[in-house]
Every structure is written in C-alpha cells, then in structure tokens.
Design a protein around this ligand. Structure first.
Ligand code: GDP
Length: 439
C-alpha cells in the first residue's frame, strides 16, 4: 500500500513520546521534525507541511497548559486534527438522489485510471440497487470505446458510445439524453484525458459539460503523481467545476501523499480511492477513518461495514453484547478472523484491522493463518478468558503451535489493540444512540 511507509513513520514518531517521562517543547519539536520529514518524503505539499507544524505548535502551547492535562493525548489529537484538516476541504461532496437522473462526468489525464474508475463507480451504485448507465465520450484515443464497452459488459452495465460520431460532446449529449429518457438514475460520462494540445482538452471538457449539464464532475488522479499533483488538480479545477475527487492506484508503491493533499487544496473532497485493477478494489474515503488507519489505529467501523455488506455473519447481537459488556474474547477474535478469511481476496478488508496496515492480502492472510494456528493451541478457558494468560501458558502455546513465544505475544498484543479499539467504537456509538450499527 502506497502510504504504508508514511503510516509507519508517523506512528513511530508518535510512539517515541512513550520513551520520555517528561513531555516538553523539545520532545514536541523533535517529534514534529520527524513527522514533517515523513510527510515531505511522501510528497505532501511543502506549504501544507509547514502549516501543520505551526498549527500543532499553537494547539500545544506548553506555557498555557492546565496542570494535569495529558500532554501525549493532546499532542496526538492535535496531529490527528491537522492531518484530517489537510485532507478535508470542509465541503460536502455531491450526493446522488434516488428516482431522478444524476449525471456524473469523469475527468482526468489519460492513464490516471478514469475508465477503470468509471466502471468501479458504476458497479458500486449498481450493487446498491441504482439504475446505472455508462457513456463513452472519448473519441481521441483509439480503442477507448472498446475498453469501456468491455469493462461495462463484464460488469453487466448498459453503455452508450459511437464508432462513427467524432464530436465527443454530441455523443455525450445523446447518451445522457437516451439514459434520461429510459429512467436511469446514475449516468456516468467518461471523457478523454489527452489531446493534441492541453488547451483543446480543456475546451472539449467544457463542451461536454455544456452538453450534459453534469450534477457532479469527478476528477480522477493517479496517486503516483507526487508534488506535481497540486498544479494538475488546480488546472482541472479552474476549467470545470470539479466537485469531488477519486485517487487511484493507492495499492502501488508510489508515495501518494501528493495527490491526497493536493485535492483538499482545490476544495473538492475525495470520495473514493482505487486500490487495485479489479472492479471491487474501490473504497469509500472518509477522512477520519483514513487518518486513523494511517496512524496504525485500524478502521474497525469500516471493517464492520464491509463485513455487513458482504453478508458475513457477525454473530450480530451476541458478539456486540459481549463487546459492550467488555467481554470480547480471543474466541470472538478467532471467529471474526475466520469470517474474514472466508471472504477471500475481496478483503482488502484485512487492512482495516489495527496492526495490519501496509500488508497486502497475501501477507495479512498469512499472518491471520499463523494466529489461527496459535489459537488452536489454546485451551477453551484461555480462549474465553484472556486474563488467564501467563508466561508459562505463552510458552506452552508456543511449543504446541510450533511458533516462537514472541509470535504468541504479538497475537495477544493484536487482541488487546482490537479489544480497546472496538470498545471505544462501541462507547462512542452508544453516546450517539446507535446500537449494533458500528459506523
Ligand atoms: P484512463 O486512461 O484514465 O482511462 O486509464 P485506465 O482506466 O485505462 O487505466 C490505466 C491503467 O491503470 C490500467 O492498466 C488500469 O488497470 C490501471 N488502474 C486503474 N486504477 C487502478 C488502481 O486503483 N490500482 C491499480 N493498480 N491499477 C489501476
């Protein structure tokens, strides 16, 4: 995952605070230096990094801190707030409305992943029960219509395009009109990403926008773009009314920070991220959950949501009840892992577990399999009451499972981390009046 490196550097910087008995300006400055370095290395815009440093310093003013305040927590939360505000332009994205046509135009440079993303977006809404159609308005690139047609056919999504018409705004206008007449709710318009000259590309986008009157314009950007992201995003924003962004290829090895931070600077929120070439490699983007995941805290709420979507039996009420009463056990964790393993590679999901960030499916499933074998060597009493765990028991479990004691301890740490994150989520939801809905 692109940002695994950034994520681990940020969490290491934060964890370093635990080595100091007294947290003072010097400790804060050293940590901020580490954090800024990590952000810059991930290609986050220089001005934004400087701003983050200034804002954290202002938020954590040692001269004015009330006595007894937990400085570590304060610093952690100031950094979390700043990272969130860097990715959040504070604007709500367009929300398609049921039972009426919503025209969504996709723009972005060729190779950004636009056509792939159009199909992913279409598939997502189709799965949710919307009537979805795809229009190919790219007449510049030979084979563009064939690519869209092929993707759409595979995903069983109706499409519109032409081999003979050469004016993209005519195709776009006709396609949108046809789908509107037929009562389609989400009409996606894929546009060209290249032209003989840059000016002509933008002119064509304006013409297509005039012909289709889109409700939202989605800007698709490749995460490997680096520091150039800022200028590119701004150029698109100036020409068409970009309302939302999708960042692609976050599964690759590029640095990613550039694209992520650039879009916020253009006032258009990120709505999804692309995490692979497959149609399901597409995730909702929620700033807070993303930053939590980046800082190694996992995204339990998102995990629950996706498991529910995939119809995984969460043992619903029973497990939730035990969790709420603080009785979530190793046995529960094992059952949850089993459920996720059954879902197969669909589960980019595994990255949502705390401690699993930055691993691909193969790595995380290997880790989970190892933990399952270790848990198989535990007694029923140990599975039901993690407090029983002692050094002797850890050694016995290690011998029985054929793993090192350090690996048994790693599993117990994972359990504690998940238990505390889940309890916090439960508490928060209780406050908000939600019960089993973990969002
Ligand atoms: P377009 O020119 O912008 O329409 O780009 P395409 O949709 O043709 O995508 C260009 C390449 O990027 C194709 O090989 C896609 O499979 C690949 N691609 C698109 N999105 C992703 C993604 O999220 N992850 C990965 N790894 N590849 C992607």
């Amino acid at each position: 995952m692109v940002l695994a490196d950034l994520g681990s550097k940020l969490s290491v910087a934060l964890r370093k605070m635990a080595n100091h008995t007294v947290i003072d300006q010097e400790v804060l400055d050293a940590m901020l230096a580490d954090i800024c370095k990590a952000l810059l290395q991930a290609d986050v815009n220089v001005a934004q990094v400087k701003q983050l440093r200034t804002n954290v310093r202002t938020a954590v003013n040692f001269d004015n801190l009330a006595s007894g305040i937990n400085k570590r927590k304060l610093i952690e939360s100031a950094i979390m707030t700043e990272l969130c505000s860097m990715l959040d332009p504070g604007v709500k994205p367009y929300e398609p409305k049921k039972k009426r046509p919503n025209v969504i135009m996709f723009v972005g440079l060729q190779g950004a992943g636009k056509t792939t993303t159009c199909t992913k977006y279409a598939h997502l809404y189709k799965r949710k029960g919307w009537k979805v159609g795809l229009v190919c308005a790219d007449t510049f690139r030979a084979g563009a219509f064939d690519q869209l047609k092929q993707n759409a056919t595979k995903a069983k999504i109706p499409f519109y395009g032409s081999y003979t018409e050469t004016d993209p705004s005519v195709i776009a206008g006709d396609g949108v009109a046809k789908f509107k007449d037929e009562g389609y709710e989400i009409i996606i318009v894929d546009t060209s990403g290249r032209h003989r000259q840059e000016g002509a590309l933008f002119e064509e986008m304006e013409q297509i926008a005039a012909a289709t009157e889109p409700d939202d314009v989605v800007f698709v950007m490749d995460s490997s773009i680096g520091q150039a992201a800022h200028d590119q995003a701004r150029a698109f924003k100036e020409k068409v009314k970009v309302g939302s962004c999708i960042i692609t290829k976050l599964d690759g090895h590029a640095k990613g920070g550039g694209a992520l931070s650039a879009v916020a600077a253009t006032q258009a929120p990120i709505i999804h991220i692309g995490t692979g070439e497959h149609i399901d490699d597409f995730e909702d983007f929620e700033v807070k959950a993303f930053v939590s995941r980046l800082l190694g805290k996992g995204n339990i709420a998102g995990l629950m949501e996706r498991m529910k979507e995939a119809d995984v039996d969460l043992e619903g009420a029973e497990m939730m009840k035990r969790l709420a009463s603080g009785q979530w056990t190793l046995r529960d964790m094992r059952e949850q892992f089993q459920a996720v393993m059954k879902m197969g590679p669909l589960s980019n999901i595994m990255n949502s577990f705390p401690g699993m960030q930055g691993l691909d499916f193969r790595e995380s499933s290997q880790r989970i399999k190892r933990w399952m074998t270790i848990m198989d060597s535990m007694t029923d009493a140990e599975l039901d009451d993690p407090k029983l765990m002692s050094a002797e028991r850890v050694l016995r479990i290690a011998r029985g499972s054929g793993y090192y004691p350090s690996e048994v301890i790693e599993l117990l740490e994972q359990f504690k981390m998940m238990q505390s994150t889940m309890q916090k989520t439960m508490k928060k939801n209780k406050k908000l009046g939600k019960q089993t809905d973990m969002r």
